[in-house]
Design a binder for this molecule. Structure first.
Ligand SMILES: Cc1cc2nc3c(=O)[nH]c(=O)nc-3n(C[C@H](O)[C@H](O)[C@H](O)COP(=O)(O)OP(=O)(O)OC[C@H]3O[C@@H](n4cnc5c(N)ncnc54)[C@H](O)[C@@H]3O)c2cc1C
Length: 484
């Protein structure tokens, strides 16, 4: 990390060293530009950091923990992560969905293997996911890019996905009869934080399941921060620099550069631009919608979680809530401004494949539930009650816990407005036009200034594709050939 005094002028400045800021920086540096990254926090990483949040020797992912999007991302596939010290470890069960009575739906391995575990719904599962997973090499690059760029590269495959994808997941789930299959779909779709009756929620659920079959839902050995270490190493090897501990509050305070890429959301863009984005363009940015927040809990445990249903014990991720109707109630509550009594919880247990996270025999556990935007309510009691419901004895294993409310989340990272970890609601409209309806979503009304964070297409998650897309736009405007 350099100090401000030693900084030389760069071709491009990237503000924010989150996964997307660093993906933008690496793409620009690979194209031959000199790049300087300016990060406000003391360390790079944004939503991809690992810390001892509870007890010594227990390494917790502060934000992102599970990396199907990184594993599937064309950007990350261009980086030799293993050579840079980041190894993805893939649990046998990508994700499981426990139900009362020791039952669970789960996604593991191929469509065939998963269908085999779904009893009466096996044939419906095969019918739905067989063609979608076969088409994934064609559709995934389209799904991880801006949607409204004209005719998609593979219109038939995209149409096949889109016909089901635009549905509310509550409707798509009617193709299944068992609570296991219906729960699986609901749990995957509820990552959007939208009511399950919202159009397009099926698309998110389908995508997460398709990716589970293609690459699994891996965690990073040693913690998510290793992905960031890898990107910083790659950038540094290309001559780029990362400066930390410097918050940018105005474009005027930045060193001169040919392009400025901001890993921030529209709200901060407006503030940093200091009123220079006026008229309808300013109004369009002001209309950008943020989603609900999350309350996050990390636990140090004296042993693995004693799930009743065996597949949950091998799963990297467990969606904890119960039936589709219960997930629907939880998400409806949150979207109507209420804190659910029995919340839908996302739980990750990296210890199933990564023993390095905790001292021998001990485990870390990561979890969060959705809450109304800006909430300061500690939901740890309700989350623990939900886990205990499907894993009796869980509470007895807790050695320590660390809680971040939605309000804490925004204090931790200003991009999580109101605690919205995706830096913008995932409504169908805002997924199609993210952040505003522009032909190129990364350009801003200010010449030479680009948005490169998760508020742009394709949205939240650690995949780097927002950063790569913004870098491509900047390179095109500078007349420099993109490296890939
Ligand atoms: C609790 C939680 C769990 C999550 N789980 C997952 C998961 O399991 N898998 C997954 O794929 N994704 C997950 N995510 C989402 C993922 O972390 C984000 O979508 C991703 O980090 C977005 O990357 P980004 O680079 O766009 O922004 P960020 O990661 O938010 O990085 C932005 C960076 O810019 C810096 N910055 C902002 N403003 C300024 C400024 N004015 N000056 C200087 N620096 C600034 C910030 O400090 C930050 O470091 C999770 C997020 C959270 C919070």
């Amino acid at each position: 990390m350099g100090s401000p005094a030693r900084i030389r002028p760069a071709d491009a400045i990237v503000v924010g060293a989150g996964p997307n800021g660093l993906a933008a920086a690496v793409t620009l540096a690979r194209a031959g530009l000199t790049v300087q990254v300016i990060e406000g926090a003391p360390t790079p990483g944004g939503g991809c950091r690992t810390q001892e949040l509870t007890l010594p020797g227990f390494r917790h992912d502060v934000c992102s923990a599970v990396h199907p999007l990184a594993a599937a991302s064309p950007f990350f596939q261009r980086i030799d992560l293993a050579a840079l010290g980041a190894t993805l470890r893939t649990p046998k069960v990508a994700f499981a969905h426990p139900l009362d009575g020791g039952r669970a739906g789960y996604v593991a391995g191929s469509v065939e293997e998963t269908a085999g575990g779904l009893g009466a719904d096996g044939p419906s599962y095969r019918r739905l996911f067989g063609p979608l997973v076969r088409d994934l090499p064609l559709t995934l690059p389209e799904l991880l890019a801006p949607m409204m760029r004209g005719v998609p590269g593979h219109p038939l495959a995209m149409a096949r996905f889109g016909l089901d994808g635009v549905l509310p997941v509550s409707l798509l789930a009617r193709r299944f009869r068992t609570e296991e299959a219906r729960g699986l779909l609901a749990g995957a779709a509820a990552h959007t934080m939208l009511p399950l009756t919202a159009p397009g929620t099926a698309g998110f659920g389908l995508t997460f399941v398709m990716i589970a079959h293609a690459v699994g839902w891996p965690v990073v050995e040693g913690g998510s921060e290793r992905l960031i270490d890898a990107l910083v190493a790659e950038l540094t090897s290309l001559g780029g620099r990362v400066e930390t501990g410097r918050w940018v509050s105005s474009l005027d305070g930045l060193p001169p550069a040919r392009a400025v890429l901001l890993d921030v959301t529209p709200r901060q863009l407006a503030a940093i631009a200091g009123g220079s984005i006026a008229g309808w363009q300013g109004k369009a940015l002001g209309r950008f919608r943020y989603g609900p927040g999350v309350c996050k809990v990390d636990w140090a445990l004296s042993g693995p979680v004693p799930w009743e249903a065996p597949p949950c014990r091998e799963a990297g991720t467990v969606h904890v809530c119960g039936t589709l109707a219960e997930v629907a109630r939880s998400e409806a509550d949150v979207n109507q401004g209420r804190h659910p009594g029995r919340p839908y919880c996302l739980v990750a247990q990296p210890g199933v494949v990564d023993p390095t996270r905790a001292p021998a025999g001990r485990h870390t556990l990561w979890g969060y539930c959705h809450v109304p935007a800006g909430s300061a309510v500690d939901m740890s009691g309700r989350i623990e009650a939900q886990i205990e419901r499907f894993a009796p004895g869980f509470r007895d294993l807790i050695l320590a816990r660390s809680v971040k409310t939605a309000a804490d989340m925004e204090r931790y990272n200003p991009n999580y407005v109101g605690g919205d970890i995706n830096s913008g609601a995932g409504t169908l409209l805002q997924t199609l036009f993210r952040p505003t309806p522009r032909w190129n979503p990364y350009r801003t009304p200010l010449p030479g200034v680009y948005l490169c964070g998760a508020s742009t297409a394709p949205g939240g998650g650690v995949h780097g594709m927002c950063g790569e897309g913004a870098a491509r736009a900047a390179l095109a405007d500078l007349g420099v050939k993109a490296p890939w």
